[in-house]
Design a protein around this ligand. Structure first.
Ligand code: KG4
Ligand code: ZN
Length: 336
């Protein structure tokens, strides 16, 4: 079964064709990042406008790169939540138009479920149940995945998401937006023991995260150095910061995996591209005798192939939308 998938929840206009949820026949991503970089973050109004300009070309490219025509496609899948409302609306409206014009079924897909499903593309053997650490620009979650279309969120961030923390630390260290990948590159050249950042102490849910304290610690370190006229070893700060984030993510995931008895652990979302996080999670999985599943780097960030992968399992579960489908800015994985 071939699904044409569309993703436009933030600043990438993406379309892909995916066969049977696992085989990517084409994967087109038009990124707007260079434009948003000028403003130090995603400007929602600009994002919506660029999606409108790009979407029809991106969808045509996805079909032609797969050497397919509309007659070869069995369903259209689209990200409808969560994300920037205006950005989501472009993909949702376009997908509705395509489905109505072609008579194909329309499958609504949750963006975070899509990130998790990126692992099905990279690991043909991966099947639920498994535990997944989701770390993106807007979310930090520990999720139980008992079935392809069922999710139980057992840990979440109380403030900033991991990706947000990377981007804010990167900004104060002088890197462009989005800064996660620049910290990653700098960290490879620095000492991860040069600076000591404390881990947050949280009462209540033991699987929850908090990253605002760490963000503030980096900001204070930089501002104090500036006031004293000192030059900070930026690569050492990046390496020490990245180690702290990776340790926090791994420790919480380890707690959950041990308590709930998971031997299959996946990681998903933009931050799963991070070298330090990948290495730390591998160490954790080895220590637990668990199997670790990481998306290939190109499927860590936003893309439509992951939406086609999840869309396949959503289709099999009978999920369908009609012309009344609307975009939703905020929606928990548990409410889909
Ligand atoms: O999943 P994603 O592409 O978009 C959302 O759904 O939010 O995640 C984007 C986030 C950004 O914060 C970006 O800086 C971060 O993922 N990111 C990274 C790396 N690559 C992307 N963070 C750390 N290291 C990386 N290599
Ligand atoms: Zn995303």
């Amino acid at each position: 079964m071939k699904i044409l998938a569309i993703e436009s929840s933030c600043d990438e206009t993406a379309a892909a064709v995916v066969a049977d949820g696992r085989q990517v026949l084409s994967d087109i991503v038009a990124s707007q990042v260079d434009e948003h970089m000028l403003y130090g973050g995603v400007v929602p109004e600009i994002a919506s406008r660029r999606h409108i300009e790009s979407i029809s070309g991106v969808v045509s490219q996805a079909l032609s790169a797969a050497s397919l025509g509309w007659g070869d496609i069995d369903a259209v899948a689209v990200t409808y939540a969560p994300g920037l409302i205006g950005a989501l609306l472009v993909g949702v409206s376009y997908a509705k138009g395509l489905a109505m014009a072609s008579g194909l079924p329309l499958v609504p897909v949750h963006h975070i479920a899509g990130h998790i499903a990126a692992n099905y593309i990279s690991h043909p053997d991966l099947e639920p149940p498994f535990l997944c650490l989701v770390v993106s620009g807007g979310h930090s979650l520990i999720v139980e995945v008992p079935e392809y279309t069922r999710f139980r969120v057992i840990g979440r961030t109380r403030d900033d998401a991991a990706g947000e923390c990377f981007d804010k630390a990167a900004r104060v260290l002088g890197y462009p937006y989005p800064g996660g990948k620049y910290i990653d590159a700098a960290a490879k050249k620095g000492s991860k023991t040069a600076f000591k950042f404390t881990h947050p102490k949280l009462s209540g849910c033991e699987y929850d995260f908090s990253f605002s304290g760490l963000k503030t610690a980096v900001i204070n370190l930089v501002h104090n150095a500036e006031q004293r006229g000192e030059t900070l070893p930026v690569e050492d700060v990046a390496a020490s910061f990245q180690k702290t984030v990776a340790d926090i993510l791994a420790e919480k995931t380890a707690l959950a995996a041990k308590a709930l008895g998971y031997k299959k652990i996946a990681v998903a979302g933009g931050v799963s591209a991070n070298f330090g996080v990948r290495a730390r999670m591998k160490k954790l999985a080895d220590s637990l005798g668990a199997e670790l599943y990481l998306p290939e780097p190109k499927y860590c960030g936003d893309n439509a192939a992951m939406i086609g992968a999840q869309g396949y399992y959503d289709f099999l579960a009978g999920k369908r939308a009609d012309e009344s489908l609307n975009a939703v800015a905020t929606l928990s994985l548990e409410d889909i």
